[in-house]
Design a protein around this ligand. Structure first.
Ligand code: AMP
Ligand code: GLY
Length: 424
């Protein structure tokens, strides 16, 4: 098969690494990719959000399958636009259409969906400018802390957890009246705070059946001990020690199966990944959010633990044969440490030459924000490299990842030395 993968991060480099191992993979293009993806695949300068350009490329190269790494093309309806093209009736698109992608693209949509299907999640109300006064009264009487979420996509920044009612009212006004997160916060979901420990689970689905992938825990804060501002993710661990068989069975029966059945019952066509952002409260799972894609950096820990053929699974989903697929997992730990640029997640510089990648041993080196600068690899983003190592124990895997993190050099390199600190 000829494949076009959309995106440019560590997640996409991990996809390239895994897809290239499949005997089904012929040509693999990545749009736009990074310095790492250019080694296993062909990078193309194509904007994933430009449906017309993507369609033209698919025709020119005889692409059989398009896979979207990020959510934005999905929420904008790229799958629907390609499927509407009479010349692309045979194309497989792995990722939901705009309607299914609303699970991620609209918090209000996803909360209403969960309510309809009795899927456990925090209690909530949704408000807009029209219901501003009602919202303020609701916030003034709300138990603390209070979680405010911009309804739409806000690049992972649209959630604010408020410690007082007055702060919540102020942030709420800024979101709705001043559009603090742009049009995404014209509608605001107010949620009860859930106190627990988070993890993520992932499925490949065709809207009827699903294939469970290994679970992972990511580390979102910039600072050690989970302090400081949120980032895209500073590391990931798989498997997750507190997600034992009993807990995972609860996730499957209370959350994953009702979600797939809910999509089917509502006739929402959905071929793609579903990322379940979960929180364990006591011994019970609740949904924090859905994403219509894989996580980053979770993918860099999850795909190394998938021993079976990812591309065969994706094709089976597209062809409606997913029920016959079996995913095989590597029992070892896979631990990912992210190297980031100085200053990230605030302003940072790009273009720092990266050295010593070739000296890394026994660790997978997935490029995130990198580019070619002449014949040298240089930084090109806040998150620069995801280093994933295997181990019989979490400690053994982490030791290798941290060793690699020490080996690779670039000016301003930063990383968290405590990834996995909170797990057994
Ligand atoms: P989201 O973008 O919905 O994943 O939210 C970002 C982060 O905010 C999550 O990863 C949680 O750490 C936190 N969060 C969101 N909703 C809640 C909630 N209801 N209770 C506690 N923490 C939450
Ligand atoms: N690491 C969280 C995400 O991909 O949304």
């Amino acid at each position: 098969m000829n494949i076009l993968l959309l995106g440019s991060g560590g997640r996409e480099h991990a996809f390239v690494w895994k897809l290239k191992q499949s005997p089904l993979c012929k040509a693999l293009y990545v749009a736009p990719g990074n310095a790492g993806t250019s080694e296993g695949a062909i990078n193309v300068e194509l904007n994933p959000n430009d449906a017309t350009a993507v369609a033209a490329f698919v025709k020119e190269k005889g692409i059989d399958m398009v896979i979207s790494g990020p959510e934005e093309p999905l929420v904008r309806g790229l799958a629907d636009q390609l499927k509407a093209d009479p010349e692309l009736q045979k194309l497989h698109f792995f990722g939901p259409g705009a309607e299914g992608a609303q699970l991620e693209g609209s918090k209000d949509f996803s909360k209403r969906f969960m309510a309809r299907h009795n899927i456990p999640t925090a209690a909530y109300r949704t408000f807009t400018r029209e219901s501003l006064q009602e919202g303020i009264a609701y916030l003034e009487a709300h138990a603390l802390p209070i979680v405010l979420k911009a309804d739409g996509l806000a690049a992972g920044k649209g959630v604010v957890i408020c410690q007082s009612n007055a702060e919540a009212v102020q942030v709420f006004r800024e979101m709705i009246e001043d559009l603090k997160f742009g049009a995404a916060s014209a509608r605001v979901v107010v949620e009860a705070f859930l106190d627990g420990i988070e993890l993520s689970m992932f499925v490949i689905t065709n809207g009827q059946h699903y294939l469970l992938l290994p679970e992972a825990k990511d580390y979102k804060r910039i600072g050690e001990g989970d302090t400081g501002p949120n980032t895209g993710g500073m590391g990931a661990i798989s498997p997750v020690s507190f997600a034992d068989a009993v807990f995972k069975e609860k996730v499957v029966s209370r959350i994953i199966e009702p979600t797939i059945a809910g999509l089917a019952a509502e006739n929402i066509a959905y071929t793609g990944f579903i990322f379940f952002g979960l929180i364990k409260v006591g011994n019970d799972p609740f949904v924090i959010e859905y994403n219509a894609r894989m996580g980053d950096p979770e993918t860099e820990a999850v795909l190394p633990r998938l021993q079976s053929d990812l591309l065969a699974h994706l094709l089976a989903a597209c062809e409606g044969r997913l029920d016959a697929e079996k995913a095989i997992f590597d029992p070892r730990y896979a631990c990912t440490v992210m190297l980031v640029s100085a200053g990230y997640p605030d302003a940072y510089e790009k273009g720092k030459v990266i050295t010593n990648i070739e000296a890394v041993r026994d660790t997978l080196c997935f490029h995130a924000g990198t580019k070619w600068q002449g014949s040298r690899v240089a930084t090109n983003g806040g998150r620069v490299l995801a280093l994933t190592a295997y181990g019989a124990t979490k400690a053994e895997a982490l030791q290798k990842s941290f060793e690699a993190a020490e080996t690779v050099q670039f000016e301003g390199k930063n990383y968290r030395r405590d990834i996995g600190f909170d797990l057994d």
